[in-house]
Ligand binder design. Structure first.
Ligand code: KIV
Ligand code: NA
Length: 276
């Protein structure tokens, strides 16, 4: 079934959990879609796991459109959400609408995601008014790593928790149809989830959210630069890949690959003509 703003809202109302993973390419998108994933996030985490940056600051609109279009081509049912990269929406309401529009027109995203609360509500309202669904993102917002002072849990003090709750209400009021909460204490995320009408999707925000999201290379055990506390490894795909790469190399060296079944034939007659 094709996921829409309405079907995802209905899942919250039925108490059915929403499953989301990040995705950056066509092949993986097809596998996730066939597995029944509800939402695919073309996260600006592609700066980390695809491009090898240490943060998401350098990710461009062109990077995001390129990968969003690839993911969209592989999907039939999941909702594809594209991250708005750093400085594609903070600069003005106009920039926000133009860039959200590019992610939808050129990337074929079904929705966009941007980081921040009250400070970006004008942008959220304008993008939604342009008929582009918006996912908000609160808590640890990686594009603000340089003002937050590192990657750490947010909303732990009474002031910070109250601020997060206020921001959550504000983004809902501005028209966001879902909210991602990253690295937020579980009880606070559960309170936000109960308070809001729209679905919440947690990453390091406990089981009380309406859905969960992880970076897929983390949950497949493919990425070892760092491993946050909130990640569970659902497979050891990194190990499987390394073993396959090593075996490929040794089979080549030992002359076991390729064999006749992987080779193309030519008639003896033609070969004989060459040898004349
Ligand atoms: O870019 C990303 O992968 C994200 C998720 C961690 C929510 O924004
Ligand atoms: Na992101």
């Amino acid at each position: 079934m094709k996921q829409t703003v309405q079907t995802l809202q209905a899942m919250k109302e039925r108490g059915e959990k929403i499953a989301m993973l990040t995705c950056y390419d066509y092949t993986t998108a097809k596998l996730m879609d066939e597995a029944g994933m509800d939402m695919l996030l073309v996260g600006d985490s592609l700066g980390n796991v695809i491009l090898g940056y240490s943060d998401t600051i350098s990710v461009t609109m062109e990077d995001m459109i390129h990968h969003t279009a690839a993911v969209s081509r592989g999907v039939q049912n999941a909702m594809v959400v594209a991250d708005m990269p750093f400085l594609s929406y903070q600069t003005s309401v106009y920039d926000a609408v133009v860039n959200a529009g590019r992610l939808m027109k050129e990337g074929r995203a079904g929705a966009v995601k941007l980081e921040g609360g009250k400070l970006v509500c004008e942008q959220i309202r304008a993008i939604v008014n342009a008929s582009i669904p918006v996912v908000a993102h609160l808590g640890m917002t990686p594009q603000s790593v340089n003002t937050l002072g590192g990657f750490k849990v947010q909303g732990k003090t009474a002031d910070a928790a109250r601020q997060l709750l206020e921001d959550a209400k504000a983004v809902e009021e501005a028209g966001a149809f879902a909210l991602v909460m990253e690295c937020v204490p579980a009880k606070l995320a559960a309170l936000v989830t109960k308070t809001l009408h729209i679905p919440t999707i947690g990453i390091g925000a406990g089981a009380g959210c309406d859905g969960q999201v992880l970076v897929y290379q983390d949950m497949l055990g493919m990425f070892s630069d760092y491993r946050p506390k909130f990640v569970r490894k659902f497979a050891e795909v990194g190990k499987v890949m390394q073993e396959a790469f090593a075996s490929y190399r040794s089979e080549i060296q030992e002359g076991n690959f390729p064999t006749e079944e992987h080779s193309f034939a030519i008639s003896n007659e033609v070969m004989a003509q060459l040898e004349q």
